[in-house]
Design a binder for this molecule. Sequence first.
Ligand code: CA
Ligand code: CA
Ligand code: CA
Length: 300
Amino acid sequence: MRPRSLSRSIRRTFSSSLTALALVGGAAVLAPADAVAAGKLQPDLAVDLMMTDVLNPAEGETFNAEIDVRNYGAGGSDPVSVTVSVPSGLRTTSPSGTDSGWACAVASTTSYTCAYPELAAGGRAIRLHVPFVVAGATPGSAVPITTTIVPQRREANTDNNTGSVTVAISGTCVIRGTVWYDLDRDGQREEGEPAIAGGPDGVLNVRLGVRQGRAVGGGSAAVNPDGTWSITARTELLYSVWLEASGAYGRTVADVGDDATDSDMVTSYQFEPTLLVASGEFEAVHGGEYVVDAGLVPQS
Ligand SMILES: [Ca+2]
Ligand SMILES: [Ca+2]
Ligand SMILES: [Ca+2]
């Protein structure tokens, strides 16, 4: 019967594979001394990934560099030693104990050293966290942090022993705008078109939206009787402006004609019980001034 012979043949193949595996396994037990002599089974440590837990720290604040180290080699490593640079504008602070198997110490004003046990072939170290304090960095600048793994005695490749990340130092910017009643619904603010003030019958609030999970920033404002508002905010991140107004209003057309007198609210998210509209996303940098106007029309 075909099915039976098929299953026998599968069994045969399977059992001969097992034999082959046993032989390979037996050979592997004997291999290391020869393999080392032949330059095989070498470790290859690499900085797999580097990032920071805050995208835009500000002067005086503490943040962590997060570093993944992996052994890409065919052989196990000796204990791992890593140097993390402390660039100008940042300073060291006490490393947070021996979390995750790493042991870090402040080596000098310009570096940390961190140690980790041996990594098997293909092994990954638990993520390393190294703390920094922003001290004298220029707001708006990008500061590089570099990690270097000390090469192993028989390391196969040392080109990947270095990794770096740049951290953007937060500054301040001004984001402001005017809310007006676009009577002729043409998307342009013309003479005779009145301001819409803050209040339950006008604009309830204006706030900054932040979508990047690791960025710190935001803010909100009430709208003045003349329809103007202004927020001083942190920088080096992406913002959008969200405006909530009475449900009596809708959003006029955006980005029509002269940008100085148009409406910059491109999306409507909600019409009831209140109107919720938002601008497009923009990058806020230190010293910047961003004008985001909003034209409203009767809800129809
Ligand atoms: Ca390497
Ligand atoms: Ca108009
Ligand atoms: Ca505009």
